[in-house]
Design a protein around this ligand. Structure first.
Ligand code: NAP
Length: 308
């Protein structure tokens, strides 16, 4: 299988995949392999087409996980796919390429995987019954959109946060998100904040009620240096700071760490998200069952942690 990204060689998956492949009965490293394909940020459509045409034609290629290029790749290659799943159609992106017989399939797994990751961090009744906290998503890109789609479409009304605040550096992503939300939001109060500078994000975070969850979905601290917040940010009392990434400088989590003792902030990184993200795609690519919880999932997590 392939990993289509930007700096694929640096990902833990290169060490984790061979161990998972053996554990899941897919084969030894001579029989089954992962290969990174690095494309430039917003690469030429012809590059994406060459990659997808190759996977489609090559009998030994089972599929791929797509990151960073989820929207651009689908825009460039839509006609090469025989089937797209519902979330891919709504979000206009794919994170998984797989095959079923002669058919090439594209699917957007993020609404499922971000939901599984959120469930691993907080209990179902966290928002309304337990805490009254809100969800604050810093960044209005693909992963934030997927998270909101999960909450709007897959979570019962009494288990959703009462309010979601989304910030973004530029305006177009906010407009795009608003457009999609206008079709799928069953009534969650969502506010959108144009925040070109870190202190603009600070203001939004500083106004959150206790127990709110603040997610860094900007990629800052991994894809680019820095953090979306300044060191002066006031964290919500007993809040949760969740960086969607698990590698890189993770300055956002360093900032939260300093509030851990004084304001009771809990820190979470993107490791569980990484595991759910990859296992959902591997299950699809190799057409196998992989559990999302329980003893077998714990074993898969343990194997990954050993290779981290
Ligand atoms: N652990 C995992 O398995 C996992 C899973 C999913 C995602 N992730 C990570 O999560 C990050 C986000 O992913 P994505 O797919 O959502 O990326 P994306 O589509 O590129 O979205 C990032 C968004 O953040 C915005 N942004 C950047 N700096 C900002 C700032 N200072 N304030 C407010 N908004 C800012 C960008 O705005 P502009 O419009 O101005 O560019 C962009 O809309 C990536 O680093 C990705 O690797 C990790």
């Amino acid at each position: 299988m392939y990993f289509i990204g930007v700096s694929t060689g640096k990902s833990s998956i290169m060490k984790v995949f061979p161990r998972w492949a053996q554990h899941l009965g897919l084969g030894t490293s001579e029989e089954v392999a992962i290969q990174g394909i690095d494309c430039k940020w917003h690469d030429e459509p012809a590059v994406y087409r060459r990659v997808v045409e190759f996977i489609r034609a090559d009998k030994l290629s089972k599929g791929a996980l797509v990151t960073t290029h989820k929207i651009d790749l689908l825009n460039a290659c839509r006609d090469l796919f025989d089937d797209l799943d519902g979330p891919a159609e709504v979000l206009g992106e794919i994170s998984c390429i797989s095959k079923r017989g002669p058919r090439l399939c594209g699917s957007a797994k993020d609404p499922i995987t971000s939901g599984l990751s959120l469930k691993a961090i907080i209990p179902d009744d966290y928002w309304r019954k337990k805490t009254g906290g809100e969800l604050c998503l810093l960044g209005a890109g693909g992963s934030s959109l997927a998270m909101t789609m999960y909450l709007m479409q897959s979570v019962p009304a009494d288990q959703r946060p009462a309010a979601i605040r989304v910030t973004n550096r530029s305006v177009p992503r906010i407009e795009e998100m608003k457009k999609i939300h206008s079709r799928i939001n069953p009534g969650i109060a969502v506010t959108y904040h144009h925040c070109p500078l870190p202190h603009d994000n600070d203001k939004v975070v500083g106004a959150l009620p206790a127990f709110s969850l603040v997610a860094n979905a900007t990629g800052l601290g991994k894809d680019a240096p820095g953090s979306p917040l300044t060191d002066a940010v006031v964290w919500p009392i007993n809040g949760i700071a969740w960086d969607f990434n698990y590698r890189g400088e993770l300055i956002f989590l360093d900032q939260a760490r300093s509030a851990a003792a004084t304001r009771g902030v809990r820190l979470e990184d993107g490791w569980v998200y990484f595991i759910h993200g990859w296992t959902r795609v591997i299950a699809d690519v190799f057409d196998i069952e992989i559990p999302t919880a329980g003893v077998d999932f714990d074993k898969i997590s343990e194997i990954a942690a050993g290779a981290r």
